[in-house]
Design a protein around this ligand. Sequence first.
Ligand SMILES: [Zn+2]
Length: 128
Amino acid sequence: MVLSEGIRRHGFRKWYERELLSSHGHLALSFVCAVALLGAFEAASEFADWPDRLLDAVSIVVSGAIGAWAIRRYLYLLMHAEHAANQADCPQCGVYARFTLVEGRSGRAGDTAVVRCRECAHQWSIEA
Ligand SMILES: [Zn+2]
């Protein structure tokens, strides 16, 4: 989810929690794909006829492709959430993640959220 939209809908802490849950869901998917890949490699020696071998080869390719996509998505979502969380400290008073969204911009360069601290009313931008 886009940072500014996530802050607007759920608040920063919930957005961050959801990003971490989503990223770790992708990590679990990549683990399942690794198990399926190992099973398909082990089954490759058992098959003698071509249709079964072809099906096994397709399952190896599909498991590998989904697993590679899932691990990339896991790393992207994790780094995206951590990058935003590292900017969630108020530069003036140092309080963490206690702000309200002033303005959100999304574009090709990324997502920017202009936020205001609830403690000292300082404004800064978080880029994701
Ligand atoms: Zn502050």
